[in-house]
Design a protein around this ligand. Structure first.
Ligand code: 4AD
Ligand code: MG
Length: 465
């Protein structure tokens, strides 16, 4: 038997006359009296290989079964293509049918909506768009590891099951082995966790940062890259209940250096996509968003605006004075809504913005306080179309100040002693950030809904597949 060649390789080969074997799924099958054309795709590339079949040499009943979605193995001669758009094609000698695909195949028609395809998340992967998105997603993961490895960061694994709420937002999924039909309660009526698997209340992590800080204050610079879980009931095109986050954490870094790292890192990832995902990006640029490649090239070239929150508020107030209407009123101390972020990025500056020095009450407890006592050294990177793509900060390294903030916010201390030890034993200035992996994929692919850039999305009331 001839060894299988992937479509991506076959299309590069020019040793015409060789016999090759390709295997894949039929995208289209056009037949006429004299010749049949089968476009075959095996997922290795957005491109199909054209298989040219002389119907006189094959059983009519076999050819009839080669409908869209069916799976075949083809042996034939690699020849120079007569047609446009490809250099080589396969002159078919034999066909083995692995699997037929009935006319009820849900991915049959072209131009189905993404909403429709979400109902078939297990099959939508076989379409051109989702193939392109998933190959780009893979490439972005490789770029991330490459970037940090090249810059001397260590890949550090933080736990998925945790007893602490990093962001303090109380949006956690509980983890338990207790029988929920027969919950044990103490005399005070509260659930008793003593007999639960971990002997305490535990949840799925919302962020690996707290443990990441332990890594950074020993290894110098680390990054995490893993799944995170948020039980926030946000039904938006930017939120998932299960998403992947990349979190570098660096000892001895200050705010300007942290912003440099954010900008350099994200540009590296976008450049990687431009360099390594050309075919898929060209497809998405044609089919999804005609400005995609321009936008990616723009981000790589432009320097990001660095904007303190207080100045951002001024710009928004001036816009209102000039007649711009926002749904939510502008006031110092408010958390910016997506409309405000997008106004700054898309209309005012027309490039990415790194906002800094937020009011302390709209940010997490661990952010380093500025001398004004009102603002903290937090940074959000705001992107066109996306809004917040990165959230990070310099951390409060002073034990007393951090404790003061923990007490002021009534954060339960019992399970945080190990985190506070970083400030007790050889504390050091440090900081880091979290990049929402799917938000990066949204930006790089031009897709509009975060549910369409992860294979099997988890959102409120939806955990199929
Ligand atoms: O801004 P966030 O909440 O920051 C943290 O969790 C910090 N502990 C990170 C750190 O400093 N190490 O989340 C970071 C990023 C956001 O900017 C956003 O891109 C993404 O994670 N994100 C989500 N992505 C998809 N669905 C959600 N529900 C998300 N929540 C946050
Ligand atoms: Mg944030």
């Amino acid at each position: 038997m001839i060894k299988r060649t992937k479509v991506v390789e076959v299309l590069r080969r020019t040793d015409f006359g060789s016999i090759v074997n390709v295997r894949g799924w039929v995208r289209t099958h056009r037949s006429s009296k004299a010749v049949d054309f089968i476009a075959l795709n095996d997922g290795s590339t957005i491109k199909n290989v054209q298989v040219v079949v002389n119907p006189a040499n094959f059983d009519e009943s076999l050819l009839k079964q080669l409908t869209t979605g069916s799976c075949i193995s083809v042996v034939g001669e690699l020849v120079e293509s007569q047609g446009q758009g490809q250099t080589s094609e396969i002159q078919c000698q034999s066909i083995e049918l692995y699997g037929t695909c009935g006319s009820d195949y849900p991915m049959q028609k072209k131009g189905q909506s993404f909403e429709y395809m979400r109902q078939y998340a297990h099959l939508r992967l076989r379409t051109n768009t989702f193939g392109a998105v998933m190959r780009i997603r893979h490439n972005m993961a490789i770029a991330i590891h490459q970037y940090f490895h090249d810059h001397g960061f260590f890949y550090f694994h933080t736990p998925i099951i945790t007893a602490s709420d990093c962001e303090g937002a109380g949006e956690m999924f509980q983890v338990t082995t207790q029988n929920l039909y027969d919950l044990k309660k103490g005399e005070d009526g509260k659930i008793s966790y003593a007999d639960d698997f971990f002997g305490k209340m535990t949840s799925l992590t919302v962020s690996g940062q707290l443990e990441g800080e332990l890594g950074a204050t020993s290894l110098g610079q680390i990054y995490t890259f893993g799944p995170t879980f948020r039980a926030e009931n946000s039904n938006t095109p930017r939120h998932l209940a299960e998403f992947w986050m990349v979190e570098p954490e660096v000892a001895f870094i200050d705010l300007p250096e942290l912003m440099d790292l954010e900008e350099d890192f994200i540009k590296y990832c976008v450049r990687w996509a431009l360099d390594n995902c050309k075919d898929d990006l060209e497809f998405l640029n044609k089919m999804i968003d005609k400005t995609l490649i321009d936008r990616l090239q723009g981000v790589v070239k432009e320097s990001f605006v660095r904007l303190p929150y207080t100045e951002g508020i001024k710009i928004l107030e001036e816009a209102v004075a000039k007649g711009h209407q926002f749904e939510f009123p502008i006031e110092w101390g408010m958390d910016l809504a997506s409309e405000h972020e997008r106004f700054l990025v898309e209309q005012h500056f027309k490039r990415p913005v790194i906002m800094t020095d937020y009011p302390k009450d709209i940010k997490a407890f661990y952010m380093k306080m500025n001398d004004d006592g009102k603002t903290v050294q937090g940074t959000d990177v705001l992107f066109p179309q996306i809004g917040e793509i990165i959230g990070g900060s310099v951390r409060e390294e002073n034990y007393d100040k951090l404790m003061g903030e923990i007490e002021r916010r009534d954060i339960p201390m019992k399970d945080m002693w190990w985190y506070l030890d970083t400030r007790r034993y050889g504390t050091c200035p440090h900081g880091g950030f979290g990049l929402g992996f799917e938000r990066l994929i949204l930006f790089v692919t031009g897709m509009q809904n975060i549910r369409d850039v992860i294979p099997f999305p988890r959102t409120p009331k939806s955990a199929d597949f």
